[in-house]
Design a protein around this ligand. Structure first.
Ligand SMILES: O=P(O)(O)OC[C@H]1O[C@H](OP(=O)(O)OP(=O)(O)O)[C@H](O)[C@@H]1O
Ligand SMILES: Nc1nc2[nH]cnc2c(=O)[nH]1
Length: 188
């Protein structure tokens, strides 16, 4: 059950979350990243590769706002149960496009431990793209364990569990307009 109280907290599965990044700040930052990508790729017809499920709202806004000749495709990877990574990246829907000699921009909602993106980068590098970039809305530099440095980062954030704007807790909360962070002990 979801409920909002007067402080705009939300609760899912017995966990409380507090407001963290507003929809307006998210949109502002996406438009800045879109401008950088448009500048670099305007004559390269890049292929945006959205990593489902969490990245779909970010990918939609970024793809639309970049506004250059480009294409989008989707893959589905999963490794999290609740607030914890299983450490095992499962491919639920694979890549169908030939990306040889294409400029590929992977679009992620979050790079946390880095396991998902590093698994994907290893796979895609073998397919010989012309270039491979990573755009992530959120990055947790203190949690990253695989040496991944995303090319485009919306927000660097501390190592705390986040929901909203695509990010879920066991499938819920993806439709929140804003981003929320888990409430710290003693913060309630
Ligand atoms: O850097 P990592 O620690 O690997 O975490 C990042 C991954 O975790 C989330 O996916 P999740 O497995 O929750 O699937 P979802 O996108 O379907 O929610 C997110 O969308 C990233 O793909
Ligand atoms: N919802 C959610 N999914 C994640 N996957 C990796 N880190 C996170 C996080 O902080 N929140």
């Amino acid at each position: 059950m979801t409920n909002s109280d007067k402080d705009n907290k939300v609760s899912y599965n017995g966990l409380n979350f507090v407001p963290f990044i507003t929809h307006e700040r998210i949109q502002q930052r996406i438009s800045e990243i879109a401008a950088e990508i448009a500048d670099r790729f305007h004559d390269k017809c890049p292929l945006f590769l959205c990593v489902l499920t969490g990245a779909f709202p970010f990918a939609a806004d970024l793809f639309r706002q970049t506004g250059i000749d480009s294409e989008i495709s989707f893959i589905r990877l999963k490794s999290y149960n609740g607030t914890q990574t299983s450490g095992n990246v499962k491919e639920l829907i694979g890549l169908t496009e030939d990306i040889k000699d294409r400029h590929v921009i992977i679009v992620e909602d979050i790079v946390d431990t880095g396991h998902t993106i590093s698994h994907l980068l290893d796979d895609l590098r073998n397919r010989q793209p012309a270039s491979l970039s990573v755009a992530t809305l959120l990055f947790k530099p203190e949690s990253e364990q695989c040496g991944v440095k995303p090319d485009y980062v919306g927000f660097n954030i501390p190592p705390a569990f986040i929901i909203g704007f695509g990010l879920d807790l066991d499938g819920k909360a993806r439709n929140l307009r804003d981003i929320y962070v888990i409430e710290k002990q003693g913060q309630e």
